[in-house]
Design a protein around this ligand. Structure first.
Ligand SMILES: C[S@@+](CC[C@H](N)C(=O)[O-])C[C@H]1O[C@@H](n2cnc3c(N)ncnc32)[C@H](O)[C@@H]1O
Length: 239
């Protein structure tokens, strides 16, 4: 039996496919001497968190820093959180031994895999891959750690602090990754390219890091304006 017009009007069924744009274009980015080509969009929907379909200012900040300090990556095993299209992980693959790019969004993982395939012939000695990892999800993390039992030298995150609710989970995962790596005798650190958009988030990131028993230090000289926003890079380590 049909409901009244008022009842029917209150039922709104819109799924992810309604917002989906996967018309990715190959775009060129330059960081110092490194020229990268990646498939990405120019704009994306925040509904269903499709933010990872494009390159964010924090990735530009992170990649500028890494390209100027590439020696910190040489021969390392790196895991990236919230990789989006993978611009940071792909840059790392020019210097690292192994790069695992991760994200929680299945659509974003598809474009990550497309960019992995596009770069697979860059250097056959480097392992570059994409994995599903939702912050706070212990099953996802266990699966990754089973595949990579040797731990990591560096955890990276670029422009991944934009939803307050996810920050405690982000630091749960970071803490776990740092602990696992320490057990494997690796002096792992988490580099976070942070873009300030709200004062409440500025404080939350610092308080959650400290609340998880971690030390958080701004890297000297890393403050810069990205777009029209203030960005900085934090080094987060175990105390
Ligand atoms: C603003 S985008 C930044 C993407 C990329 N790092 C960049 O700077 O271009 C944030 C990314 O974090 C991912 N993300 C958001 N919340 C997440 C969560 N709870 N677990 C894992 N990934 C998450 C999103 O899917 C998205 O790819």
């Amino acid at each position: 039996m049909g409901g009244t017009i008022e009842e029917d009007d209150s039922i709104v069924c819109i799924d992810q496919s309604f917002f989906m744009n996967d018309d990715y274009q190959l775009k060129t980015f330059t960081f110092g001497s490194q020229i990268l080509q990646l498939y990405c969009l120019q704009s994306a929907s925040t509904d269903f968190d499709l933010t990872g379909q494009l390159v964010w200012p924090g990735a530009m900040l992170m990649n500028d820093y890494l390209s100027k300090n590439a020696e910190i990556l040489r021969g390392c095993s790196v895991l990236e959180l919230g990789s989006g299209v993978g611009i940071t992980g792909v840059l790392c693959s020019r210097f690292c031994r192994k790069v695992i790019m991760t994200d929680h969004n299945d659509e974003v993982i598809k474009i990550l895999n497309k960019n992995v395939a596009h770069h697979s012939s860059d250097d056959s000695l480097v392992e570059l891959m994409a994995e599903k990892l939702e912050w706070g999800n212990t099953d996802h993390l266990s699966q990754i750690c089973e595949k990579h039992p040797e731990g990591f030298d560096m955890i990276l995150g670029a422009d991944i602090c934009f939803q307050q609710v996810s920050i405690p989970f982000l630091f749960d995962t970071v803490k776990e990754l740092l602990d696992i790596s320490r057990k494997k005798k690796r002096h792992c650190k988490f580099l976070l390219a942070y873009v300030s958009r709200a004062k409440v988030m500025d404080s939350l990131v610092i308080s959650e890091a400290i609340g998880h028993g971690l030390q958080i230090d701004e890297i000297a000289g890393s403050q810069t304006i990205v777009g029209n926003l203030q960005g900085r890079i934090y080094e987060i380590t175990q105390q």
